[in-house]
Every structure is written in structure tokens, then in C-alpha cells.
Design a binder for this molecule. Structure first.
Ligand SMILES: Cc1ncc(COP(=O)(O)O)c(C=O)c1O
Length: 352
């Protein structure tokens, strides 16, 4: 708040208001309204996946996916070092243990280092498409097949990356590529898994709604009002992704020759425009004074108080966390906005 150029802001200029007004006007404000199903079908259809299960956040989407796959106490789940902590915490919420694998040079999980972390207790691999960069899914699916493991894609930051795993989980938080304010959705081709996730999301009510609950479940439901926003966003997802591709190209071109800046590999879809910066803290202060917000990269999981591990300084993820930041990235960012931002960065390094 307060920045002329915040790192993100939602773009709500389609039919969002119309659909929310419809939802409120119809009285369907809980999770039982028609927009939820419409959103689930629209997003699943967009991704060529058979089933969508909308829920309350990206974190609860991951939790539902792991529960549906039967992950519980004693089970291990392979999680990348370089991610937002929700990926690891979802494993904890179901009683499992996250086992961390370092990232490669594109920040996504280093597929070549997964096998060394597999044990007889490993049940799931959970790659994350960090900042919209697609993981090496061919290699990950091969490993999973070889060891009889299931795969959950954490696609919180990667709407537009086509799912290939057992389940893909998306966040719809307000800073994501598309949003419902707060929200999430799981996609799967497996009707049984979809049914399980829908059942667990809604307190495991029986179909007769007779208040007999045969398993521990959750209220992770998405409201009809949130789904109304999400539906309007899905309708424009192609346009949103195209605009973001242009934003990525313009940042690449503008920043390419600035000494002090190292560009990152291209992204399959642009969530946040990430880069590496010399004298990062000074640069961030300079940009903040110019009204430009930046954010730091994720801290490696081994540096988190809950997972402290003395190996962290040796990790690739740590190297990136030391000098990485991301720039304002939102769909309505114009070429003129980007010139201002790139100009400020150029000015900072020119001043020495
Ligand atoms: C990689 C990743 N996984 C999971 C999440 C959790 O999503 P949410 O904030 O919707 O719970 C996030 C969100 O910020 C994320 O970046």
C-alpha cells in the first residue's frame, strides 16, 4: 500500500462486478451457489482437465490434494527448498514430513537431485512452478513412475501452465495471475480423487446430509461470490497471459544491459518478474523512495525456524535468496510504467 507501483494489484475490469452483483442479488452468497460449479468447469476446461474442485486458498488446495492421496503420519513428501512455506506446511497439516530438494538455476526443483531423497516412506513429489517457471515435469513424472509415487503440482504461481500430474493446485489470492480475492482450486483427471477432495472440502457430509461424518474433514469451501470473481477472471485468462508475456519482454529488453542486474531464465507464464541485483538492499531503498515496491525472493526452507538445517548456506536456493528480488508485475502495467521502473534502476546503477 502507498506505492505508486506496488508489486501487484488485481485487474478486475471484466465482468467481475457484474457476476458478484448477480451472486449477491440472487441470495447465493455461501458456497452453494451456481458460480462455484461454473468456475470449476471453466478453469478445468481451460486446462483440458476433467475435474476442478474450488476451495478457500492455495494452501487448502494443497492440503486437500495430499489428504485425497492418503498422505498422513509417517509419510514423506518431496518439496522444493525454494518455495513459499505453504507448500511445506500443507504436508505438515496432514501429518506428513516434508523432505527438501534444492533448486536448479531456474529456481525450480532440481529434478536430478530428487532420487537421492527418496526413501521407503516417500509417497508424493510436490514440484512448484516458481514465479511461473515450469518445472522439468517429464523428468519428475518419470521418477514418480519408476518409484510408484504420486505427483502434486503446486501451480499457485502458474495459471496457464498445463497440468500433467495427478493433481495440480492453484492459488487465487489477490496477487496471483488470476484471483478470487482469497481462493484456490485443485484440478485432476481422476474422478475418484476429485470426489474425495470435494468431500473433504465440505466437512465430509454424507450425500443424505444426515450429520454422520465418517472421516475428519474441513470447511475449505469457496463462496459463490469469490467464484463469481474467479469466473470473470478465467474468461480473460488468455488476454491476461498475453499482456504478461509483453510485460516480461519489455522488462527483459529494458534491463538486459544494466550492469549490476542479472536476468533470470524465461518463464512459461509470468507471475512475478524476478531478477538478481547487486547491492540489493540499497537498490530496494532507492526504488521505494521513487514509489516502486519490490519484494525479496523466498527464503530457503532450511533457513526457516521450523526447518533449520545447517546445510542452508551451501544450497543453490540460498545463493538466489541472497540477491534476488522481484519487480512490480501486474496485468495492467503499461510500457510507460515499465520505462519509469527500468529508468529508476538504470539511474541507481549509473550513480555508482
Ligand atoms: C508456491 C506457493 N504455494 C502455495 C501458496 C499458498 O497460496 P494461498 O496464499 O492462496 O494459500 C502460495 C501463495 O502465496 C505460493 O506462492
Amino acid at each position: 500500500m502507498g506505492y505508486e507501483y506496488p508489486v501487484s494489484q488485481p485487474w478486475l475490469e471484466g465482468r467481475e462486478l457484474e457476476y458478484v452483483t448477480e451472486a449477491v442479488g440472487s441470495g447465493w452468497i455461501s458456497s452453494q451457489g451456481p458460480a462455484v460449479k461454473r468456475f470449476e468447469e471453466a478453469f478445468a476446461g481451460y486446462n483440458d482437465v476433467a475435474h476442478g474442485v474450488a476451495c478457500s486458498s492455495g494452501t487448502t488446495a494443497l492440503t486437500l490434494a495430499l489428504r485425497a492421496l492418503g498422505v498422513g503420519p509417517g509419510d514423506e513428501v518431496i518439496v522444493p527448498e525454494f518455495t513459499m512455506i505453504a507448500t511445506a506446511w500443507a504436508v505438515e497439516y496432514v501429518g506428513g514430513t516434508p523432505v527438501f530438494v534444492d533448486c536448479g538455476d531456474d529456481l525450480t526443483i532440481d529434478a536430478a537431485r530428487i532420487e537421492e531423497k527418496i526413501t521407503p516412506r516417500t509417497k508424493v513429489i510436490m514440484p512448484v512452478h516458481v514465479y511461473g517457471r515450469r518445472c522439468d515435469m517429464d523428468a519428475i513424472m518419470d521418477i514418480a513412475f519408476q518409484y510408484g509415487l504420486r505427483v502434486v503440482e503446486d501451480s499457485a504461481e502458474a495459471h496457464g501452465v498445463r497440468p500433467v500430474a495427478d493433481i495440480a493446485c492453484f492459488s487465487l489470492f489477490a496477487n496471483k495471475i488470476i484471483t478470487s480475492g482469497e481462493g484456490g482450486i485443485c484440478l485432476t483427471d481422476d474422478p475418484w480423487l476429485a470426489g474425495q477432495m470435494a468431500h473433504l472440502r465440505g466437512m465430509a457430509f454424507s450425500s443424505e446430509h444426515n450429520f454422520l461424518h465418517k472421516k475428519l474433514a474441513y470447511n475449505f469451501r469457496m463462496t459463490n461470490m469469490q467464484a463469481a470473481v474467479a469466473l470473470a477472471q478465467v474468461e480473460r485468462l488468455d488476454e491476461i497471459l498475453a499482456r504478461r508475456r509483453d510485460i516480461e519482454k519489455r522488462y527483459d529488453e529494458g534491463l538486459r544491459d544494466i550492469p549490476g542486474i542479472t536476468l533470470m531464465p524465461p518463464r512459461e507464464v509470468l507471475w512475478m518478474y524476478d531478477l538478481r541485483a547487486e547491492r540489493r538492499e540499497e537498490l530496494r531503498r532507492f526504488l521505494a523512495e521513487a514509489g516502486i515496491e519490490t519484494r525479496l525472493f523466498f527464503k530457503p526452507m532450511s533457513r526457516q525456524p521450523g526447518y533449520l538445517d545447517p546445510v542452508w548456506p551451501t544450497l543453490n536456493a540460498h545463493r538466489f535468496a541472497e540477491d534476488g528480488l522481484y519487480l512490480p508485475t501486474y496485468t495492467q502495467l503499461t510500457a510507460a510504467d515499465q520505462e519509469r521502473i527500468v529508468g529508476a534502476i538504470r539511474e541507481f546503477y549509473a550513480a555508482g
